[in-house]
Design a protein around this ligand. Structure first.
Ligand SMILES: CC(=O)N[C@H](C=O)[C@@H](O)[C@H](O)[C@H](O)COP(=O)(O)O
Length: 247
């Protein structure tokens, strides 16, 4: 799908990120394909997916547009979302509508430059999503020619706000300051949060873990129940009511 059509299709909608790395229980391209199919059945407008194998498998079950990335670690850099031309070539081979890549200001591996990667992708008529952690990075990425900005990396660089939930402030600032679509992504767990980002002006919202990482979904339940149970153990029932011990 060409990028103009992509942005039309996802506007005001949900994009589901279907990713499971090797150390995750759902790792495997056939499982990610089923996740993508489930996302489509649930009304997702696009899929965000990691790696050649997963993308190829997802393509066999759905025609939804795909934002592709390749997670790869390099020893000389903290950047791991589509860090170099090698991963970009993998995504071009896989066939995606948009390539997502780290557009933070951190040092890139192999001495490669963000500008060159963006130019290279755009020459292939593929859209570029710049994943950032701050407004300054977004402005820089926009100047270098990305087609949209993702708030994906807020909370994942040491200099961005370390918070449990979505970075709405960043969404708000980007909507005011950049002229390309802003895609809200990262730490969205409930529909109301996704709506809030759209209400602030985000073009679309990407949700991953809350839909496709059952080990993390389970943990939210168990953490909550354990906290509640801990609180209850501090109480005793007197006259049919819970009261705090030693109070
Ligand atoms: C920081 C990083 O590596 N984010 C990755 C980017 O593709 C994925 O692991 C996330 O699942 C995705 O960004 C969606 O976010 P959340 O799972 O919080 O809804």
């Amino acid at each position: 799908m060409i990028k103009d059509e992509f942005f039309k299709q996802v506007k005001g909608n949900l994009i589901v990120s279907c990713q499971a790395l090797e150390d995750e229980p759902l790792h495997g391209s056939s499982i990610m394909a089923k996740m993508a199919l489930a996302a489509e059945m649930g009304g997702a407008s696009a899929i965000r997916a990691n790696g050649y194998q997963d993308i190829k498998a997802i393509r066999t079950v759905t025609n939804l547009p795909i934002i592709g990335l390749v997670k790869q670690n390099y020893i000389d850099s903290e950047i791991y979302i589509t860090p170099t031309k090698k991963e970009v070539d993998e995504l071009i081979q896989a066939g995606v509508s948009i390539i997502a890549l780290d557009a933070t200001s951190r040092k890139r591996p192999n001495g490669e430059r963000l500008k060159d990667l963006i130019t290279y992708i755009k020459k292939k008529q593929i859209g570029v999503m710049g994943d950032v952690s701050t407004a300054a990075e977004a402005l820089k990425a926009e100047n270098l020619g990305v087609d949209c900005i993702g708030t994906t990396l807020s909370g994942y660089t040491h200099y961005s706000p370390q918070q449990a939930g979505p970075d709405y402030k960043l969404v708000e600032r980007l909507v005011e300051s950049v002229n390309v679509p802003v895609i809200a992504e990262g730490k969205y767990w409930i529909p109301e949060e996704a709506w809030h980002a759209l209400d602030l002006g985000a073009h679309a919202v990407v949700v991953g873990s809350a839909i496709t990482r059952p080990q993390l979904i389970t943990k939210r339940f168990t953490d909550y129940l354990n906290t509640k149970a801990g609180a209850q153990h501090d109480t005793e029932v007197v006259g049919g009511e819970f009261i705090k011990r030693n109070s």
